[in-house]
Structures are given as C-alpha cells and as structure tokens.
Design a binder for this molecule. Sequence first.
Ligand code: PMP
Length: 309
Amino acid sequence: STNTADYIWSNGEMIAWQDATVHVLTHAMHYGTSVFEGIRCYDTPNGPVVFRHREHMQRLKDSAKIYRFPIPFSVDALMEGCRETLRVNQLRSAYIRPLGFVGNVGLGVCPPVDTEMDVIIAAFSWGSYLGEDALAQGVDAMISSWNRAAPNTIPTAAKAGGNYLSSLLVGGEARRHGYAEGIALDVRGFLSEGAGENLFVIKNGVISTPPATSAILPGITRDSIITLAKEQGYTVREEPIAREALYLADEVFMTGTAAEIVPVRSVDQITVGEGQRGPITAALQQAFFGLFDGTTDDKWGWLDPVNPQ
Ligand code: PMP
C-alpha cells in the first residue's frame, strides 16, 4: 500500500507503523462498529496546517455518541495526538485518518455497556482522491441504482465504518460502468450525495445542495463551500433537489476532504452546462485552495498550525 508512514498514534501512544495491528476477532471487523474521519493537512507559507481540525475531531466524537460508544479522549487530546503524528512523521501535507473502533470485547453484537473504543490516528501523503486532472477537467458521474440508507435505518450523519458498504456499492457500480464516481438518491428519490462527496448544483447563479434530511453526511468541505459562496455574495439553498436538476444545471460539483472540489462535467452521459468546469466552480475552488497559499484570508480560524509558535 502507498498509504504508509513511520508512526501511528494508538490510544495515546506513538507506535511503529508495523506494530499497529489488531486481532481477527476485533468487533469492528465483524459488525462495522467503527467511526472515523478524513482530514487534510496542507503545507502553507506559514507552515503546515490542519484544515478545520476541531470540527473533524468533534464529528468523530459525535459519530461515536450516536452509537453510544465512549471515546476516551477529548477533542483537544485528539487534536494534539494528530499534530504529534504529523510532526513525528515529518509530514507537511497529508491525509489524516483518525479511527475509533470496538476492539477485543467478544463477539456479541451489542458490546458491553461503556465499552471504550480503541482510537488510532494515521497520517500519510495522499493526492486528490479523484486525481489532479479531475479538479480542472471535471469528471463523468452516474446516478447509482443503489439508494442511500433510509433515515430510520442507519444514521448517515454518523461517519461509521458500516456506512461505507453503501459507498462501495454506489462507487463500485459507477467505476464498473466506466464513470469516475456514482451519485445516490435518497429513498424518496431526491438527490443525496456522491459515494464519498457532497453534491452541489448551480442554476442561474443560485447554488443548491441537498439538505441534512436527504441522507447525507454533513460534510465539512460542504460547510466550508457554503460559507465561502455566501461570502462571495451567492445565494445558497439547502433544499431537496430532483434528479433532473443535474441534467439541466449550468454547473455541478462535488466536495469532500479526499476529493476536494471536483467539477462534474456529465451525469448519465448527459453533458452538464458546457461540459467543463464552470466559472462559479472555478471561483469557489480558487477561494478554497487560496486558504492554503495565503490568497484567501482565513477569517474563520479554519487553519490549525501543526507547529504552533
Ligand atoms: N459524504 C460521504 C459519504 C463521505 O464519505 C464524505 C467524505 N468524508 C463526504 C460526504 C464529504 O465530507 P467532508 O467534506 O467532511 O470530507
């Protein structure tokens, strides 16, 4: 695997990469009982920074809270563990993967009450998930035959390991058919999100994105883009969106920590707008990536320095 480094933070201690192993009867391996995050560290003129660090670690805690799994570390302790992981691995830009999992507690589906999760933080170099080319050229996507989970089945606001079987079905189907990514509908048939990205639709200068009630993961990149777009004077609506709005949009793009801001140039082989990255998508990419080269002022305190002065 290319996803390697020298050290991994494990339950508060730094251990060698190859020692970060678990037993085959680990609960999470059988029942999907894990929660995780994907976070990016960007190299900036002022040194490496973790993007929206606190919000990501808080979402990890929130995911665990939904399932009543205690995580025995505070948000601040997790953030310090993460900075330490970046420092010992000498990473200036990285993808960071914190994970909480139900470990060696026996194979009863319901773990003993108050079972604490094991927690690890790994970090390694990783380029944009759908490729650097995708950021400029856009990608071809398809609507999946798989829906996202109904709201009374598995909560999509939790970033839990088991949820990613849905992403595997949606993303895998798309790739088998030659598309870069799949987009899922919610159980009512409204647009939900990509397999690992939130979705934005632009028509006549108005930006829309599916709401929390459309079975999405409330993405932190999504929130950042909503904030940056409003800052630039755009109207942003969180509202149910019909599938055909993708076909008739001027621009469509997807957002995620791994994927960053990716234009969608076609959906189901119907060209979106001009079939290339549109001007509003480009402006929002510039505002977003500008946070890391210093051309966008970080008014919101989104950048957490890895090496505080
Ligand atoms: N939806 C899903 C299903 C995801 O896995 C991700 C990636 N974490 C996102 C949306 C985007 O979320 P974020 O911007 O917080 O990375």
